[in-house]
Design a protein. Structure first.
Length: 110
Protein backbone atom coordinates (compact mmCIF):
# COMPACT_ATOMS: atom_id res chain seq x y z
CA UNK A 1 0.00 0.00 0.00
CA UNK A 2 2.87 2.30 0.75
CA UNK A 3 4.16 1.55 -2.74
CA UNK A 4 0.86 2.71 -4.30
CA UNK A 5 0.95 6.01 -2.37
CA UNK A 6 4.52 6.56 -3.41
CA UNK A 7 3.62 5.89 -7.06
CA UNK A 8 0.61 8.21 -6.86
CA UNK A 9 2.75 11.01 -5.38
CA UNK A 10 5.34 10.47 -8.10
CA UNK A 11 2.66 10.59 -10.81
CA UNK A 12 1.17 13.81 -9.41
CA UNK A 13 4.61 15.41 -9.14
CA UNK A 14 5.50 14.39 -12.69
CA UNK A 15 2.16 15.77 -13.99
CA UNK A 16 2.78 19.08 -12.23
CA UNK A 17 6.23 19.34 -13.82
CA UNK A 18 4.79 18.60 -17.30
CA UNK A 19 2.09 21.27 -16.85
CA UNK A 20 4.67 23.81 -15.64
CA UNK A 21 6.97 23.11 -18.62
CA UNK A 22 4.04 23.43 -21.05
CA UNK A 23 3.06 26.76 -19.45
CA UNK A 24 6.61 28.09 -19.82
CA UNK A 25 6.87 26.94 -23.45
CA UNK A 26 3.49 28.51 -24.29
CA UNK A 27 4.42 31.77 -22.58
CA UNK A 28 7.73 31.98 -24.45
CA UNK A 29 5.98 31.26 -27.75
CA UNK A 30 3.32 33.92 -27.19
CA UNK A 31 5.86 36.52 -26.07
CA UNK A 32 8.13 35.92 -29.07
CA UNK A 33 5.35 36.06 -31.67
CA UNK A 34 5.26 39.29 -33.66
CA UNK A 35 2.03 41.17 -33.44
CA UNK A 36 0.30 42.18 -36.64
CA UNK A 37 1.05 45.79 -37.46
CA UNK A 38 -1.93 47.53 -38.96
CA UNK A 39 -1.18 50.64 -40.94
CA UNK A 40 -3.71 53.32 -40.03
CA UNK A 41 -5.90 54.47 -42.88
CA UNK A 42 -5.35 58.11 -43.73
CA UNK A 43 -8.22 60.14 -45.16
CA UNK A 44 -8.35 63.61 -46.67
CA UNK A 45 -9.90 66.44 -44.69
CA UNK A 46 -13.08 67.16 -46.68
CA UNK A 47 -13.22 70.80 -45.56
CA UNK A 48 -9.65 71.39 -46.75
CA UNK A 49 -10.37 69.72 -50.10
CA UNK A 50 -13.51 71.81 -50.55
CA UNK A 51 -11.52 74.95 -49.79
CA UNK A 52 -8.88 74.03 -52.41
CA UNK A 53 -11.59 73.39 -55.00
CA UNK A 54 -13.26 76.71 -54.12
CA UNK A 55 -9.91 78.48 -54.61
CA UNK A 56 -9.59 76.79 -58.01
CA UNK A 57 -13.12 77.85 -59.00
CA UNK A 58 -12.45 81.40 -57.87
CA UNK A 59 -14.87 84.12 -56.88
CA UNK A 60 -18.25 84.14 -58.65
CA UNK A 61 -20.73 86.98 -59.13
CA UNK A 62 -22.65 85.56 -56.16
CA UNK A 63 -19.58 85.40 -53.92
CA UNK A 64 -17.53 82.33 -53.04
CA UNK A 65 -18.76 79.08 -54.59
CA UNK A 66 -20.43 76.32 -52.59
CA UNK A 67 -18.41 73.13 -52.95
CA UNK A 68 -19.33 69.59 -51.97
CA UNK A 69 -16.79 66.76 -52.01
CA UNK A 70 -17.08 63.19 -50.73
CA UNK A 71 -16.07 62.55 -47.15
CA UNK A 72 -13.61 59.88 -46.01
CA UNK A 73 -11.51 59.79 -49.18
CA UNK A 74 -8.58 57.46 -48.45
CA UNK A 75 -5.17 58.90 -49.32
CA UNK A 76 -3.94 56.70 -52.18
CA UNK A 77 -1.59 58.06 -54.82
CA UNK A 78 -3.45 58.22 -58.13
CA UNK A 79 -6.94 57.98 -56.63
CA UNK A 80 -9.56 60.22 -58.25
CA UNK A 81 -12.88 61.57 -57.07
CA UNK A 82 -15.30 64.31 -58.08
CA UNK A 83 -16.43 67.47 -56.33
CA UNK A 84 -19.37 69.66 -57.28
CA UNK A 85 -19.22 73.45 -57.17
CA UNK A 86 -22.13 75.88 -57.34
CA UNK A 87 -21.37 79.48 -58.09
CA UNK A 88 -23.24 81.36 -60.77
CA UNK A 89 -25.99 79.04 -62.00
CA UNK A 90 -25.45 75.39 -62.84
CA UNK A 91 -23.20 73.14 -60.79
CA UNK A 92 -19.78 72.35 -62.22
CA UNK A 93 -17.91 69.09 -61.70
CA UNK A 94 -14.22 69.05 -60.78
CA UNK A 95 -12.04 65.96 -60.88
CA UNK A 96 -9.62 65.77 -57.99
CA UNK A 97 -6.60 63.47 -58.18
CA UNK A 98 -4.30 62.63 -55.28
CA UNK A 99 -0.70 63.24 -56.43
CA UNK A 100 1.31 62.01 -53.44
CA UNK A 101 0.98 60.36 -50.05
CA UNK A 102 1.09 63.77 -48.35
CA UNK A 103 -2.27 64.70 -49.89
CA UNK A 104 -1.15 67.02 -52.68
CA UNK A 105 -4.03 67.38 -55.13
CA UNK A 106 -4.58 68.10 -58.81
CA UNK A 107 -7.92 69.78 -59.52
CA UNK A 108 -9.37 70.02 -63.03
CA UNK A 109 -12.75 71.16 -64.32
CA UNK A 110 -14.66 68.44 -66.18
Amino acid sequence: MAEQRSFARLAVAFSAIVVAVCAVVLTVKVMSTDTVTVKPVRVLDPAAVEKQVANTVGETKNGPPRVYCPVSVVVEVGAKFECRAWGNTNPETYEVKILDDQGELSIEKQ
